[in-house]
Design a protein around this ligand. Sequence first.
Ligand SMILES: Nc1ncnc2c1ncn2[C@@H]1O[C@H](COP(=O)(O)OP(=O)(O)OP(=O)(O)O)[C@@H](O)[C@H]1O
Ligand SMILES: [Mg+2]
Length: 528
Amino acid sequence: MSGVPADGFTSLDVAMTPPTPLLRVTGISKHYATPVLSDIALDLHAGEVLALTGENGAGKSTLSKIICGLVQPTTGTLTLTGQPFQPASRSHAERLGVRMVMQELSLIPTLSVAENLLLDKLPHRFGMIDQRALYEQAKRQMAVIGLDDIDPGVLVGSLGIGHQQMVEIARNLVGDCKLLILDEPTAMLTDREIAHLFEQIARLKARGVGIVYISHRLDELQRIADRVAVLRDGRLVDVRPMADVTQDELVQRMVGHVVDEGAQRPRRVAGAVRLEVRGLHCGEQVQAVDLSLHAGEIMGLAGLVGAGRTELLRLIFGADRKDGGELFLDRKAQPVTIDSPMTAIRHGIGLVTEDRKAQGLLLNQSIRVNTTLANLAAVNRRGWLNYAEEHDVTRRLTDILRVKYGSVEQVVGELSGGNQQKVVFARWLHRDCNVLLLDEPTRGVDIGARADLYQELDRLAADGKAMLMVSSDLRELMTVCDRIGVMSAGRLVGVFERGEWTEQILLEACFSGYANLTPTPQSAAASL
Ligand SMILES: Nc1ncnc2c1ncn2[C@@H]1O[C@H](COP(=O)(O)OP(=O)(O)OP(=O)(O)O)[C@@H](O)[C@H]1O
Ligand SMILES: [Mg+2]
């Protein structure tokens, strides 16, 4: 019969054969001391955005690193456009068009932005690096992601972590890319930068690039993903079209139970002033900031990347030198002199940092050492460290925060990103400060653990501690805080009480300080 091939299939059957997936993952497992991934099977198609989600330690980064050649699987195989794919290293995977924006940034802080962006293809002329061409290419690359206002010659290490994350993203948009994995790319970004990133993702998608997108921010996943895959304890528990699932269902699948973030909490009762800041300033970054922080309250600090929020916390903590201004503690008439983190800690001020790698943790040291480091006095007997007590304290704090680990002697570098962040927090819980400065404390922390952390903040507030918390997630600030201060272009442009704020009001305040400066944030506002 005409039209029917000899093997009996009709041409309709042939047309229905699904296209070869861009990436096929089959039976992938990974064992360290314990299994962390078990028998993962997953397809990714060209031009598709697949959201990958799950609790801290579920195995998302490990799976991504296997695909990018950074980690070798214990069992299982991969194919790329139908061909066997066994990347032996990251550069091997990159040569085949598989790239990854890492959760822990992989930039070199002592090189310039331009050098980091174009490291493997530095332009040469007569055997020398062509600086002008380098800067021009880098500028073009940065403009793509909305980073036009950064000088490509500055050292990456001198940028704030939000900008570093943008550079890391820009670096991976260079060159030929078939498959891009973004491991929590927006953890440090605000809406303005996220809008730029999403534009780029849409463009890549249209070009047929397959994208794996990892985030704990579920609203983002819903905006951007075609399908969602949920990992729990190293197993793939669900893969389905994004449109078929609500946020609540997703959380249930990830965590296994319903999570209450306590969004409707009443305002806490504020006590006496614990910390007063008068006229604090440092260059253009922090200009004449006045604020007072009361016992028993959590004040939030909102703002765009670069608005001066981190800088303000660092000045209060004595980590940077201020140009002027005074700090008063507990309504004393005399200002305190805080010129180093040591003096800040001595005065009962703690700082949970956003950049856990550079400022927070000793990655080669154990969970126990990292937890007790800031308060060794509490675990020492006549000059000797009391190991058993250290051990117990660490267990207690890490249990409260539900850190996922093998033993408290495990080195922190082996923990998943979100669990590392919990260890930073555990350290300051141990220190028992009266004033706690929190800089993106839930960066990369999953939804269930975030609710635990909020409860811990509640308990600290009820204990009379005063907290000042920076977060790029406005919803988080609106959930947790009693008041929210907004910084814009280095100034504290407004302080809003619970009940007074809406997301719109806060956003407008975030942009207000830039109105008379450059057109960039204005146009970005339009894209929000
Ligand atoms: N080099 C290593 N040695 C031992 N265990 C490791 C190592 N790397 C990762 N693990 C463990 O593998 C598990 C999965 O970690 P992974 O980083 O993949 O989690 P994740 O889902 O990305 O979490 P997060 O949301 O916190 O980033 C964790 O329990 C972690 O402690
Ligand atoms: Mg991770």
